[in-house]
Design a binder for this molecule. Structure first.
Ligand SMILES: Cc1cc2nc3c(=O)[nH]c(=O)nc-3n(C[C@H](O)[C@H](O)[C@H](O)COP(=O)(O)OP(=O)(O)OC[C@H]3O[C@@H](n4cnc5c(N)ncnc54)[C@H](O)[C@@H]3O)c2cc1C
Length: 335
């Protein structure tokens, strides 16, 4: 059996590792044109915190993705590989001046070890006159460490990596029995998917080792401490394809974060980054069988469209994609 995984971001790598775990005697190859720092995954702050609008095919399946994903990250965090893999525990606050619903999250209130209402004293912890707040403990996965860690694991397990741009699924090696399509925004062209929309984001990575707690404020303001740097964000620009860094976004992010935590003004800026979140109102994890003009059939399992929550949910959707692979192999798929 030979599986091809198209894409080497967080979705492709977690899917490829899951394939190797589930089918230890199978051959698994990753095909991608971008790796590590050239992927959207590298830009992410990596906090496990799904948006409340994140949606899979059903509410039940989506909740299962969250559970499987959190268990994966939390197990890795507890293992002695955690520093290598870039997985850490992180606690923090989400504050709002305007809307109580913003500080609630039905996906994780029961899942995380701690998710509670912030006390009156805690609402005054940082500037802003906050009215509503929650405190939670979660995981953070730093892609700068996790992507190379996962790639090494994949290679150690006998996996093969091919650097290639693919404009048609039928250009993939003919030896692939099933293709896992983990191409993020790349799926827009590859699958001609009009439902896939970029949501542009920009962040600053700053050196501020004194910040140990995460903070969210209104208008997409966040301060998320990682392993070496703290991510300051952000913005969400719907349907923007602009991958260039924008000085106005940078100024707005700094102003909002500095207002929240004035000590950040003295933090050194290490880098600034832009990424296009691959947003789909319903994340696409489903099978498809394509047939080309010569009558050749290709079995595909799609796994893309995770928007701003790909790091959070990657291991959960990888597990679900594997369930679909097993059904395809058993001839049980509804196709
Ligand atoms: C500013 C910002 C902050 C974020 N913060 C968080 C966060 O804190 N928590 C969280 O959960 N998520 C966060 N995200 C979202 C997260 O980064 C994405 O959901 C995730 O990276 C998507 O991963 P992916 O593997 O689908 O895509 P990518 O990382 O873009 O990988 C796609 C892969 O597919 C390959 N590919 C695509 N098309 C082709 C083709 N035609 N031929 C060959 N190869 C192809 C690419 O080369 C690449 O290897 C953030 C995103 C941004 C922009």
């Amino acid at each position: 059996m030979h599986f091809g995984v198209l894409g080497s971001g967080i979705i492709g790598l977690t899917t490829a590792l899951e394939l190797q775990r589930e089918f230890p005697s199978a051959q698994v190859s990753i095909v991608a044109d971008r790796f590590n720092e050239d992927t959207v995954s590298y830009v992410a702050a990596g906090i496990f915190r799904p948006g409340t609008s994140f949606m899979g095919p059903t509410q039940e399946i989506t909740q299962q993705w969250m559970k499987d994903a959190f268990n994966y990250w939390d197990d890795l965090r507890r293992s002695n590989e955690a520093p290598l893999a870039g997985v850490n525990e992180l606690s923090g606050y989400i504050f709002s001046r305007t809307t109580p619903a913003i500080v609630r999250n039905h996906f994780i209130e029961q899942l995380l070890p701690v998710y509670r209402r912030a006390t009156e004293d805690e609402l005054k912890l940082c500037q802003g006159g906050w009215k509503y707040g929650s405190f939670f403990t979660t995981c953070l996965t730093e892609s700068r460490l996790f992507l190379p860690y996962a790639t090494n694991k994949f290679l150690e397990n006998g996996g093969q990596v091919i650097r290639q741009y693919i404009s048609n699924f039928f250009d993939l090696p003919r030896t692939f029995d099933i293709v896992l399509n983990c191409t993020g925004m790349g799926a827009k062209e590859l699958c001609n998917d009009q439902h896939l929309v970029p949501i542009r984001g920009q962040v600053l990575k700053v050196r501020a080792p004194w910040i140990k707690t995460a903070f969210y404020g209104d208008y997409d303001t966040y301060v998320l401490p990682g392993f070496e740097t703290v991510t300051l964000g952000g913005c969400r620009q719907y349907d923007s394809y602009n991958t260039e860094w924008c000085k106005y976004d940078s100024m707005a992010i700094r102003e909002r974060c500095y207002n929240l935590l004035p000590s950040l003004k003295k933090a050194e800026i290490v880098r600034e980054a832009v990424g296009l979140r691959p947003h789909r109102s319903i994340v696409r994890v489903e099978p498809e069988v394509l047939t080309n003009d010569e009558g050749r059939r290709l079995r595909i399992v799609h796994n893309y469209g995770h928007g701003g929550y790909g790091v959070t949910t990657a291991p959960g959707t990888a597990k679900y994609a594997l369930k679909i692979v097993r059904e395809l192999l058993a001839g049980q798929s509804k196709l």
